[in-house]
Design a protein around this ligand. Sequence first.
Ligand code: ZN
Length: 344
Amino acid sequence: MEKCPEHPPLFTFGVIADIQYADLDDGYNFTRTRRRYYRSSLQLLKNALESWRESAVKPKFILQLGDIIDGFNKSHDASDQALDTVLTEFSSGPAEVHHVWGNHEFYNFSRSALLRSRLNSTLHSDGILNAAPADSEIYAYSFSPVPGFIFVVLDGYDVGLLGREESSQQYKDSLSLIRQHNPNKDLNSPVFKGLEERYTMFNGGFSKVQLDWLDSVLSSADEKQEKVTIVSHLPVHPRSTTPICLAWNYDELLSVIRSHSCVVCFMAGHDHDGGYHRDKNGGVHHLTVQGVVETPPDGNAFATVSVYEDKMELKGCGRVRDRVFEFPQNEGNITKAMTDLQIN
Ligand code: ZN
């Protein structure tokens, strides 16, 4: 039995990314450089759930950062069954799950099917505060597990080719955008030119409607002096990930975040190697969580975050390392934190 901490946290939550379960033998990533353990990923999810079930302080909720099942399920006509298998596991867990959508959700299901599915957490969770306009079909919402703390789930494929009908205006606009940067026949192949690598079909971005919605959620949190953590499948800080995994208009999202004082942390998946960077402009912590599917069967990849008044402490398991996220309080503290970072 784990010892109770001396100063108990206000609450805790679990984080897990890129499970990509499929009842298939191991395979490889797109460039055939990394092994993917499709079947074993379910056992690694079980390990995470067992750890959360047995922890002294039960997590208040779990963040599933997207790519819950692998795209290969589609060609095996196994999408529904694979999703059912993973969600049955999650239902044995100690807390409700907030699901983020990644590219593999769209390989398996259309956007309209996802909006009706169990992966639409706005239909199944308590305490939803605010959601993007329903007619926009954007899957973005905020919730408050404890007064003073807000979590925002973003839709990284609101702009993109995945999950959209080819006849739709959104598809046509996204195609013309990606074509300005990527001339390749196969749009899953990047152009290897630094940050331009992000313009592939397996990435996407945030529409003006979503950016404006986020801006209004953050303005309200600023006024109430709430602490906001934002989650998305796609990372948005170039130093928290490799450019091939970055959201198309990461810069626009970063400038919305930087124009508010309430944001303390941004969490993403998608880049299976993970990453971390503290933004010099505003002090927001950008964490990319290591993916389960590329974690060997004898390893683990999940984290438990303990939230305090002035910081969050992330306890990683397996490939995810421990970190402390001090909250940027005011300009003075941010300057001090930045000075400390430079000294270290
Ligand atoms: Zn992904």
